[in-house]
Write a protein that binds this ligand. Structure first.
Ligand code: CU
Ligand code: ZN
Length: 195
């Protein structure tokens, strides 16, 4: 009996631990101009090694557009309220996936390439970025889709205006509910006479 409850507890713990390691966040991207058709989503998945980011946009002008995480969690004032690039180390602008935190802002994701049909996808993995840590934590910050291409010039890549913006927020997924509700099944296990 005790052994069985112990087993349930162990399973609950593993279910919870798994969810804790695979935190998922999303930023819904909206055009900053009034009546802008620009839309999209950045999905951020935290693993033990870093954060995987997948960005999808629609109704966006074809070509390359700079895409960054900026320091403030606000899209007000045509995205200007998002402030500068998220730059926890006070370093120069670059491409973080290639240059690392020592030679690029932690939010320097480069460019998203948009096709003639207005859709574009960007996938990047940034080692040691987090959704829960003290440093390099991008939760609650803004993602910015720029008007122009990031040419990696200083100080911020000459990417022009901010045509799309969204704020990174945790997504509550079904696995999280399973992890939380598992311990509540224990009373019915207690009452089973055959065990
Ligand atoms: Cu930017
Ligand atoms: Zn930058």
């Amino acid at each position: 009996m005790k052994k069985f409850i112990g087993l349930v507890a162990v399973f609950s713990f593993f279910a919870f631990a798994q969810v804790a390691l695979a935190a998922k966040a999303s930023a819904l991207i909206k055009g900053t101009a009034e009546n802008s058709p620009i839309a999209g989503e950045a999905v951020l998945t935290e693993t033990a090694e870093g954060v995987e980011i997948e960005v999808n946009v629609v109704n966006t002008p074809p070509g390359k557009h700079g895409f960054h995480i900026h320091e403030n969690g606000s899209c007000d004032d045509m995205g200007k309220a998002a402030g500068g690039h998220y730059n926890p180390d006070g370093v120069a602008h670059g491409l973080v996936a290639k240059d690392g935190f020592a030679h690029a802002h932690a939010g320097d994701f480069g460019n998203i390439e948009v096709a003639e049909d207005g859709t574009g996808t960007l996938k990047v993995f940034i080692p040691n970025l987090t959704l829960s840590g003290e440093k390099y934590n991008v939760l609650g910050k803004a993602v910015i889709l720029h008007e122009k291409e990031d040419d990696f010039g200083q100080p911020t890549g000459n990417a022009g205006g901010r045509i799309g913006c969204g704020i990174v927020a945790i997504v509550n997924e079904a696995p999280q509910e399973t992890g939380v509700s598992a311990p509540m099944e224990m009373p019915s296990v207690d009452q089973a006479p055959s065990k």
